[in-house]
Design a protein around this ligand. Structure first.
Ligand SMILES: Nc1ncnc2c1ncn2[C@@H]1O[C@H](COP(=O)(O)OP(=O)(O)OP(=O)(O)O)[C@@H](O)[C@H]1O
Length: 579
C-alpha cells in the first residue's frame, strides 16, 4: 500500500489532466449507453407503428450519441495518452536523476541486466498506472451511479438488483481473478528479468561460453526460463478468459433480473414497454466499463512490484554527495593525500591504510605495486566515487569533499585500462569530452593522439563497444578525449596495460607529450620508462612501502627493486646459447 501511495504521489501533479481524461472517458461510455438507449427507443417505438414525426427525437438522439461517442473516444485517447506520456517522461527523468549520484558505488550491487529491466520495463509498466489502474474504476463508478439513478426512478428494487450485479462485476470478479492469478504478473516480470540477464550474459560472454563449452548449457537455461514464462503466461490467459466470461455472465444475469423486476411494473401500467426496452439495453451497456476492472487489479500488482523495485534504487543513499555551498575550484593544482584510509563496505581489511604523499602542480608521479595493492582505489576516491573512511585528498589545500564533484571531474582526465566507447561514430565518442568541439578541433585531437588516419572518418560507426577498433586505437581515442578535455590533471589507471610492447611505447610517448605542464598520476604495475617520473609511490597491501625517484628506489632492496628485477630479467633460456 505504501508503494502505491508513493506512486500516486508522483502522478499527483497531473491530477487535473487525469480527472479530465476520466470525465471524457465517462462521457464516452455514457454516449455508448445513450446510443443503445435511443436505439432501443426507436426500435420499440417503431414496433407500435407511430407517425414518423414521433421517432424524430430518437433519430436525433442516435445521430448525436453516435457522433459524440466517436469524437469523445478520440478526445479521451488524446488526453489520456498525453497524460500518460507526461507521467512516463517525469518518471524517467526522476529515475535518471536519482540514479546518477548512485553510480558507481551504489550500483555495484545490481547486475546490469537487472538495472536495464528497471530502467526500461519497470518504468514502462508504470505507464499503466493511470490508464489501466486509476481511470477504469472512476469511469465504472460514475456509470454505475448513472444506472442506479435511472433504474431507481422506476423501481428501487431494480436499482438494488443492478447494484448487486455491479458489485459482483466490480469487486467480486476482480477479487476472484486476483486470488486465482496471485503472483502471475510478478512471476512473469521476474522471468523477464531472468531472460534479460541471461541474454546479456550470452551477448557479452559468448566467447567465454564457447571456449569453456558452456554455450549449450546456457542456451538450455534460457529455454527453461522461456518455458517457465510461457507456463505463467498460459495460466494468466486462462484467468483472463475466465474474468471476461464471468463479467459477460453477470451482464446477462443483470439483464434477465431487471426484466424479471420490471415486467410486473409494465403489467401494472406504471411503466411503458418502450422504457423497459430502453432500461434493459442501458443495463447491458453499463457493464462495458466493468470489463477492464479485473485487469486493473492485475496491473496494480505488477505496478506495485515495479514501483518497489524502482524505490529500492531511489531510496539508496548516494555514497558521496555535493556540498551545499561548494568551494570555488582552487587555482593551485598541487595535490596532497594525507592519512588516507579506506575500507570497502562489507570488507574486513583496509584497501588503503593511512597513506600520505603529495604531487606538486605540474609533476608526473607513478603509483606502482602488485595487484590488489589499492592503486585503483586511490583513483576512485580521487574521482569521489567513494568517500574516504579516514584522512583525505586536497587540491591546493582544499579538501575535495568541499568541491563540486562535477567540477572536480571536469578538471581531471581519467583514462582507465578499459576505455568505454559508445556504439556511435568517432565524432560522438569524442564529443563526450567537449560537446561543442568543432570538426577542426576533433581532427587535431585525433592527430595528436596518433590517429591521423581517423581524421577523415569522423562519421564512421565504430561498432558495439568500439569493436571495430584495435585495443591501441581504442586507447588512442581515450587520449584524443584527454586532448579535447584539456584538464589540468590527468590520471592514467593502467591505461596501457592491454597493449603490446610497441603500441604501449607509442601510446606512452603520446601521453608524455600531451601531458607536458600538467599534473599527472600514472597507476601501473608494469615498470616501464620509470625514470621519467618525478616521484614513484610504491604501494603494497594498502600501505606505502617506499617512495622516491627510480634511481633511488633501485639502489634499495625492497618491493620496487624486486618487481623491476622480475619484470626485466632476461629469461635464462634466451641467454643460454646452445652448444
Ligand atoms: N568494489 C569493491 N568492493 C570490495 N572490495 C573491493 C572493491 N574494489 C576493490 N576491492 C578490493 O580492494 C583491494 C584493492 O583493490 P584495487 O582495485 O584498488 O587494487 P589495484 O592495486 O588497483 O589492483 P590491480 O592492479 O589488480 O587493478 C583489493 O583487495 C580488492 O579486492
Amino acid at each position: 500500500m505504501k508503494t502505491f501511495i508513493r506512486l500516486t504521489a508522483i502522478v499527483r501533479p497531473y491530477f487535473w489532466w487525469m480527472a479530465l481524461a476520466a470525465l471524457i472517458g465517462f462521457a464516452t461510455t455514457g454516449s455508448g449507453i445513450g446510443l443503445l438507449m435511443t436505439s432501443a427507443y426507436i426500435i420499440a417505438k417503431a414496433a407500435l407503428q407511430p407517425p414518423m414525426a414521433a421517432l424524430q427525437l430518437g433519430i436525433v438522439g442516435v445521430r448525436f450519441f453516435g457522433l459524440a461517442r466517436g469524437v469523445l473516444r478520440y478526445a479521451e485517447r488524446l488526453v489520456s495518452h498525453n497524460t500518460t506520456f507526461r507521467i512516463l517522461a517525469k518518471l524517467r527523468l526522476w529515475f535518471y536523476d536519482a540514479l546518477e549520484p548512485l553510480a558507481p558505488a551504489r550500483l555495484l550491487h545490481f547486475r546490469s541486466g537487472d538495472l536495464l529491466q528497471r530502467i526500461v520495463d519497470d518504468i514502462q509498466s508504470l505507464e499503466n498506472l493511470y490508464t489501466r489502474v486509476l481511470a477504469p474504476p472512476v469511469t465504472a463508478i460514475l456509470v454505475a451511479l448513472l444506472m442506479w439513478v435511472l433504474a431507481g426512478t422506476y423501481s428501487l428494487q431494480a436499482a438494488l438488483l443492478i447494484l448487486c450485479f455491479h458489485l459482483l462485476a466490480g469487486i467480486g470478479v476482480p477479487l476472484l481473478t486476483m486470488l486465482l492469478g496471485r503472483g502471475l504478473s510478478v512471476g512473469i516480470m521476474n522471468r523477464k528479468t531472468d531472460q534479460q540477464l541471461l541474454a546479456l550474459d550470452l551477448i557479452q560472454g559468448i566467447g567465454e561460453l564457447q571456449v569453456y563449452g558452456r554455450l549449450a548449457g546456457h542456451l538450455e537455461e534460457m529455454r527453461s526460463v522461456e518455458s517457465a514464462k510461457l507456463q505463467l503466461q498460459r495460466k494468466n490467459a486462462i484467468v483472463e478468459g475466465l474474468q471476461e466470461s464471468l463479467t459477460g455472465l453477470l451482464m446477462n444475469g443483470a439483464v434477465l433480473t431487471i426484466l424479471w423486476a420490471l415486467i410486473p411494473i409494465v403489467s401494472t401500467g406504471a411503466m411503458n414497454g418502450i422504457s423497459l426496452a430502453v432500461i434493459t439495453l442501458a443495463v447491458m451497456a453499463s457493464f462495458e466499463p466493468f470489463i477492464p476492472l479485473p485487469a486493473a487489479v492485475k496491473h496494480l500488482e505488477a505496478d506495485r512490484h515495479a514501483g518497489k523495485r524502482l524505490f529500492e534504487i531511489l531510496d539508496a543513499k548516494p555514497e558521496t554527495s555535493s556540498p551545499a555551498a561548494p568551494v570555488p575550484f582552487p587555482a593551485n593544482r598541487a595535490i596532497k593525500i594525507e592519512k588516507l584510509s579506506f575500507t570497502y563496505p562489507g570488507s574486513l581489511t583496509k584497501a588503503l591504510d593511512s597513506i600520505c604523499f603529495s604531487v606538486p602542480a605540474g609533476q608526473h608521479i607513478a603509483i606502482v605495486g602488485p595487484s590488489g595493492a589499492g592503486k585503483s582505489t586511490i583513483t576512485s576516491l580521487f574521482m569521489r566515487f567513494w568517500n574516504s573512511s579516514e584522512g583525505g585528498i586536497s587540491i591546493g589545500d582544499v579538501d575535495i569533499s568541499l568541491l563540486d564533484p562535477e567540477e572536480l571531474r571536469r578538471n581531471i582526465s581519467l583514462v582507465s585500462q578499459r576505455t568505454y566507447l559508445f556504439a556511435e561514430t568517432i565524432r560522438e565518442n569524442l564529443l563526450l569530452a567537449k560537446p561543442d568541439a568543432t570538426d577542426e578541433e576533433l581532427r587535431k585531437a585525433l592527430s595528436q593522439a596518433g590517429l591521423i588516419n581517423f581524421a577523415s572518418k569522423l562519421d564512421e560507426w565504430i561498432g558495439q563497444h568500439g569493436m571495430k577498433l584495435s585495443g591501441g586505437e581504442r586507447q588512442r581515442i581515450a587520449i584524443a578525449r584527454i586532448v579535447l578535455q584539456n584538464a589540468p590533471m590527468i590520471i592514467l589507471d593502467e591505461a596501457t596495460a592491454n597493449l603490446d610492447g610497441i603500441t604501449e611505447k607509442e601510446v606512452t610517448d603520446t601521453l608524455s607529450s600531451i601531458s607536458r605542464g600538467k599534473t599527472m598520476i600514472t597507476i601501473t604495475h608494469r615498470l616501464k620508462a620509470m625514470d621519467q617520473y618525478d616521484n614513484i609511490i610504491v604501494l603494497d597491501k594498502g600501505k606505502i612501502v617506499a617512495q622516491g625517484v627510480h634511481e633511488n628506489l633501485m639502489n634499495r632492496e625492497g618491493l620496487y627493486h624486486r618487481m623491476w628485477e622480475l619484470q626485466h630479467a632476461t629469461p635464462a633460456v634466451l641467454t643460454e646459447v646452445p652448444e
